[in-house]
Design a protein around this ligand. Structure first.
Ligand code: ZN
Length: 455
């Protein structure tokens, strides 16, 4: 079996020495480790299901339409002003025009939604432009010029300002001009947010979302560290040998989804039955998404509760998702979501998240002696180190290496140049298409000609 991992843990917190075995480092703090920091206030976002009644839905449909019209009008005006006069209009300019338009009988419907909702729409467009300019500056191509919103939008939202205070913390939320909207659960006892977004999802369900500052209590110190290897065969393998099943929610529903999608494509365009079928398909997608999120939450919460330091590979999921054959599996595993949740949960609860260089050859390095294999096919699930004879499970070994690399990273030991150690991989990458040069798994796939993929 693998030799005990010996590493020194130099943390920003009380000096601790590591004396564990089998990958899961056990930290023995030489000083009494306790957090005296005050509870940090963090921004937390909430999303609650809302049930507008019939009259409210009719009103909302009108308002969504008005907001969409305004968005397109504003975008067209700004584009034209720039093309013709090299002039850049701001949302304030558009807002002035809007005030004039509202006085015309032809545009009387623009006065139906709360004025603040329309202002927010213009502000949202400002933000979209800001992002566009930032991307242009960064030389991104395509930079993504703001788009016109289509006539039949399935996902759409309005942002409300000034939610009435007395009706907060109840089973309803009171929105301007709309009245009390029923909620699936009581509002959390937080300070009233400045804006509340009412969103209609593509499956026809309504949600209100908002963010509020809340205090989060730091979790107690556990004196344990862990390395996490995210994968497809198993969703994750921990350096202590724990393997977490990959539930593959999407794949599980793929047959049914295909069936329903075929049914949708047979429905006549513009018919009521088509719309009903579209909602059905959208609901399947929503369900899959919700399940995937639930799995990720369960997993990340467990990690954050049990470990002080969590080391993960810094995967470029966005790029890997372009992979022709693995895209669906990678998206289905939800690595990006797991990493995102780990990031904020670690920040909230006072844990340390270490991201290990993605070129680090975590799978083909022996965690016991450091011997590096020339190549290791993805189908090989276990191997014996030719140098020290340690028998490795592919993923557990990778997890242990990630832990080692992560610990040396936070220990400030720069004696290991991971990029250089991963030289063979970087070399492979030079001949690989750009999107594949982004992760160890991707590189390995490339060097194996995508043939021996074991999913
Ligand atoms: Zn070895």
């Amino acid at each position: 079996m693998a030799e005990p991992v010996s590493i020194t843990y130099k943390s920003p917190h009380p000096v601790a020495k590591q004396s564990g075995a089998k990958g899961e480092g056990v930290l023995t703090a030489s000083a009494t480790a306790c957090y005296t920091a005050p509870m940090p206030a963090v921004m937390r976002s909430y999303r609650l299901r809302a049930y507008p009644n019939g009259a409210q839905v009719r009103m909302l449909n009108q308002w969504f339409g008005a907001a969409r019209w305004l968005w397109n009008y504003s975008l067209a005006s700004r584009t034209k002003a720039y093309q013709r006069r090299k002039e850049s209009l701001t949302s304030i300019d558009i807002s002035r025009r809007l005030t004039k338009l509202k006085t015309l009988p032809k545009y009387a419907w623009l006065s139906a939604p709360p004025a603040t909702c329309l202002t927010q729409t213009l502000r949202d467009q400002d933000a979209t432009f800001r992002h566009f300019f930032r991307r242009v500056k960064a030389g991104e191509n395509p930079a993504g010029y703001p788009r016109f919103r289509p006539r039949h939008e399935h996902t759409t939202s309005l942002r409300f300002q000034g939610v009435s205070l007395p009706k907060w913390v109840k089973g309803t939320v009171s929105l301007h001009k709309l009245g009390a909207v029923k909620l699936a659960e009581p509002l959390p006892n937080v300070q009233r947010p400045d804006t509340v977004t009412l969103k209609r999802e593509s499956d026809g369900r309504y949600y209100i979302t908002f963010s509020a500052k809340v205090e989060v209590a730091l979790l107690p110190v556990t004196n344990r560290v862990i390395g996490v290897d995210l994968g497809l065969t198993h969703l994750a393998t921990l350096s202590d040998g724990t393997k977490i099943e990959n539930p593959r929610h999407y794949r599980a529903r793929l047959r049914y989804l295909r069936q329903q999608q075929r049914c949708l494509s047979r429905r006549q365009k513009g018919s009521k039955r088509r719309e009903r079928q579209r909602l059905k398909v959208a609901r399947i997608h929503a369900k899959i998404r919700a399940r995937r999120q639930y799995t990720a939450h369960q997993f990340t919460t467990r990690l954050v509760r049990n470990f002080d330091v969590i080391a993960v590979e810094d995967l470029a999921v966005k790029n890997m998702i372009r992979h022709p054959r693995l895209a669906r599996s990678i998206a289905d595993a939800g690595w990006g979501e797991i990493t995102r949740q780990l990031e904020y949960k670690c920040a909230w609860y006072g844990r340390t998240l270490v991201k290990v260089d993605r070129w680090f050859p975590s799978s083909k390095t022996c965690s016991a002696c450091g011997h590096k294999l020339e190549r290791l096919a993805l189908s090989v699930r276990g191997w014996t180190c030719p140098d020290c004879g340690a028998i490795h499970d592919r993923d557990i070994n990778a997890g242990q290496n990630i832990l080692l690399a992560g610990m040396s990273q936070i220990g400030g030991r720069e004696d290991r140049d991971l990029r250089r150690e991963g030289g063979a991989l970087a070399g492979d990458g030079e001949t690989a298409p750009d999107e594949l040069r982004t992760g160890q798994i991707a590189s390995e796939l490339f060097s194996n000609g995508f043939n021996q993929i074991n999913l």
